[in-house]
Design a protein around this ligand. Structure first.
Ligand code: CDP
Ligand code: CDP
Length: 212
């Protein structure tokens, strides 16, 4: 069976957490597509000695390897910022399309989370979810997560970083962050993780019943 769940939304909306829970619940494979952009951004920064060159980033994207995705420095603010910068480069996005589409159509079902999954990568996805939450809630979650991981940084700095990234992601020419018209909106501002998962599971079960 081929069955794709596309999850999009801004930083800290809860996409990754929900995607993992849904994948475990239904036995689907999960791809965090943000990790691809983080790995490209981080490696291109290294190779460019601190600056992001478009040609170099494109080359890195075309030749991305599993160890690039396993680096332990992909979650920090530097990688986040570099990710959203290389994500605005059309050549970088293009280089990553085939891998994501192949993943989405693998046998047994797949969940992909990112910014353009329902709009560009998998416009035919059986289920599209768009997660959102207030900027304050998203910044608070990210800040708590970073503090728990031992990273320094104020709540204000996290809020600014997220705001800057959201606005770059939503305003770029190629595959901007947007809610596809046929996506189900889940606003997680006042939801627990369990409540958000429950809503997603209901939507997915209905779609599965239609295709089975
Ligand atoms: O992937 P994305 O950036 O959209 O968000 P995430 O990494 O899944 O979630 C960011 C943080 O918010 C995590 O620490 C989650 O545990 C937390 N979270 C939450 O508190 N309530 C939710 N409804 C969803 C996520
Ligand atoms: O976890 P969080 O939501 O903060 O970020 P992420 O999903 O790891 O994505 C990092 C950056 O990669 C985003 O800010 C986007 O610029 C970019 N991205 C994208 O353009 N398209 C995707 N499908 C996934 C991520």
């Amino acid at each position: 069976m081929q069955f794709t769940v596309a999850i999009d939304g801004p930083a800290g909306a809860g996409k990754g957490t929900l995607a993992k829970a849904v994948a475990a619940r239904f036995g689907f494979a999960h791809l965090d597509t943000g990790l691809l952009y983080r790995a490209v951004g981080r490696k291109a920064l290294d190779q460019g000695r601190g600056t992001l060159d478009e040609g170099l980033a494109e080359l890195v994207a075309r030749e991305l390897t599993p160890p690039d995705l396993a680096r332990d420095d992909l979650r920090g603010a530097l990688a986040s910022r570099a990710a959203s910068k290389v994500a605005a480069m059309a050549g970088v996005r293009k280089a990553l399309v085939a891998f994501q589409r192949d993943f989405a159509r693998r046998e047994g079902g797949a969940v992909l989370d990112g910014r353009d999954i329902g709009s560009v990568i998998c416009p035919q996805a059986e289920v599209k979810l768009y997660l959102d939450a207030s900027l304050d809630a998203r910044a608070r979650r990210r800040h708590e997560e970073m503090a728990a991981g031992g990273a320094a940084g104020s709540l204000d700095a996290v809020r600014r970083e997220i705001e800057e990234r959201d606005s770059r992601d939503a305003s770029r020419a190629d595959a901007p962050l947007t809610k596809p018209v046929d996506a189900h909106l889940i606003d997680t501002t006042d939801l627990t993780i369990e409540q958000a998962v429950e809503r997603a599971v209901d939507i997915i079960e209905q779609a599965l019943a239609r295709v089975r």
